[in-house]
Ligand binder design. Sequence first.
Ligand SMILES: [Zn+2]
Ligand SMILES: [Zn+2]
Length: 288
Amino acid sequence: MKCKICGKNAEIQAFGMWLCRDCFLKLFFRRVNKILKKYWHGEKIWVALSGGKDSMALLHYLWENGYPVHGYHINLGIGDYSRSVEDIIRSYTEELGVELLITNLREEYGFSIGEIRRKPCSACGTVKRYLMNKVPRENGAEILVTGHNMDDFLEFFIKNMLGKNYSWSRKLVPYLEREHPKLLPKLRPFYLVGDKEIEIYAKLKGVKYIKENCPLAKLSGWKEILYEIEKKKKNFRYEMILSVWEMAYFFPQEKREIRECKLCGEPTSRDICSFCTLRMRYGKKSTG
Ligand SMILES: [Zn+2]
Ligand SMILES: [Zn+2]
C-alpha cells in the first residue's frame, strides 16, 4: 500500500486512508493542535493521569511539543491494579522529566475505591472530579487537561440521547470554561482523535502505559459498534464528532448555583459536597 499523501510505503490505516508513519503523525498533530491552538492561551497545564493510553499519550504529546505540563495522579486504592498504575506513572514522568503530584486516597482521606461495594464507579467519578480540580488548583494549575477522546464523547452522546438526557450533551465539547473561581477550566485536546489513532500514536512514540483496564470498569460495547459502522462508512466517527461539537451549543447551559461546601469549602451545588458525603460515609475518623 502507498501513502495517500506522499506516496511512500504505507503501513498504517487511519483517518480513513493508508498512511506512512510521518504523514500519520502530521495528521494526528494537526487534529490535536487544532484544539490546543483554539483554547490554550499559555496557562500552566496539569494533566490528569490515569495510567491508561489516553492520558499517557497526551502527557507525551504535550511534553514533546513544549507545553508547560505537570502530571497529577490519584491512587484510588483498587488493589494491585492501583499499585501497577502508580509505578508506571512514576517511572514514565521521571523518564520525561515531568513534575508529578500524587494523592493517595486511602492515606490522605481514609478510604479507597476498592473498599466501596455499592456503585464504586460512581464514587470514583466523584473522587476524581473533586481531587483533580482541588489539588492541581492548590498547586498553581490554571487549566486541567484530560485524555478523554473522540470515541468517549461519541459514546457519551449516544448514551445521553438514549437516556433522553439531551441537555447533558452541552458538556461534550473540547473546552469547558471556568464556572466558579475555584473550578478549573477543562480542556480535552484529544477531542478529534479516538482510541485507534491514540493507540497508533502511543506505539509509534513508545509511550508507556498500563494495558489492562480497571478491574471495576464495565464496558458498554458502544465503541465496538462505532468501529463497525466505520468499516462501512469512512470517517464516520470524525464527521459525527464535528456534528456533536456544533450540536452541543444548542443545549442551554445547565443553570446551577455554585456554593462552597460547608465542610471543605470546595465548590458544590449542595450544602455538603458529594466528596465530603463519601468521606463521612466511608472514611475512617476524619482528620482535617
Ligand atoms: Zn506519507
Ligand atoms: Zn466538601
